[in-house]
Structures are given as structure tokens and as C-alpha cells.
Design a protein. Structure first.
Length: 145
């Protein structure tokens, strides 16, 4: 008897969860994914540029410290770890921009895939009496510019 109640519960749950409609305001469009891809690409190039500039600055400052140390024959008392920290932080920024490049590419791919997408079309009034209000269809968008 417990199995029967469990089966009835699962069937009743399935009736209410099958083929639910998504509200129109929550559907991501091609323009949404393209805008998201563009903003992610801009952000990752900025992060990558900051990281490259920080790494290059650290290398130049460290090279200047080493050359100053060599010229003064080891008598320099100024030895800072700031250039090394700057190089490590710059490298971390450059490595941190990689996931943004990947997600930007994924969003661009999703936008391209939305050019051919399933869509729910509204039936005519005569057909609605027998079948329902909506029917599945495939939309194909072509840019003719």
C-alpha cells in the first residue's frame, strides 16, 4: 500500500511539473548573450592589460635594482621585494583573465546557437478549440545585410 501511495504521489507531482512555460521576460535572447559576451571580453582585456603592465613594471624595476646593485658593487642597502610582488600580482591578473575569455566565447556561441531556436507559436482561433493555444515551431533568423 505504501508503494501505491508513493506511486500516486510521484504521478501527481509529474502532472504539475510537466511542460511548464517560461515567462517571456526571463528568456535570454541573442542580443542578451552578445552584450554579455562583449562586456566580458572588455573586462578580460582590461584585466589582462593591467596584469601585463604590472608584470612589465616589476621586471623593469627589478632589473634597475640589480643593475644599481652591480654598479655600486654590492654596497646598496636598498633591497625591496616590491618588484617581485608586482610581478606575481601581474601574473595572477593575467591568469585570472583566462576564465573570462572562456566564458565570453561560450556566451558568443550561445548567441549564435539562438539564431536557430525552438519557439512556441500561437495557433489560430479554430485550431485552438481542438489542440490548445500554442504549438512548437522552429525559428530561423537570417541576417540579409
Amino acid at each position: 500500500m505504501r508503494r501505491l501511495y508513493g506511486l500516486i504521489f510521484l504521478m501527481a507531482f509529474g502532472i504539475y511539473s510537466h511542460a511548464q512555460q517560461i515567462p517571456a521576460d526571463t528568456i535570454e535572447t541573442r542580443a542578451y548573450y552578445l552584450a554579455k559576451s562583449k562586456s566580458q571580453l572588455t573586462a578580460c582585456w582590461i584585466i589582462f592589460g593591467v596584469g601585463a603592465a604590472a608584470t612589465l613594471t616589476g621586471v623593469i624595476v627589478k632589473a634597475a635594482q640589480v643593475s644599481f646593485y652591480i654598479v655600486t658593487i654590492g654596497t646598496s642597502s636598498y633591497n625591496s621585494n616590491a618588484p617581485v610582488i608586482l610581478m606575481i600580482a601581474g601574473g595572477a591578473c593575467m591568469l585570472g583573465s583566462i576564465p573570462l575569455f572562456i566564458s565570453s566565447h561560450d556566451n558568443k556561441r550561445k548567441a549564435i546557437e539562438l539564431s536557430i531556436a525552438p519557439k512556441m507559436e500561437e495557433n489560430g482561433e479554430l485550431v485552438q478549440m481542438y489542440t490548445g493555444r500554442y504549438q512548437p515551431a522552429i525559428s530561423i533568423k537570417l541576417n540579409l545585410k
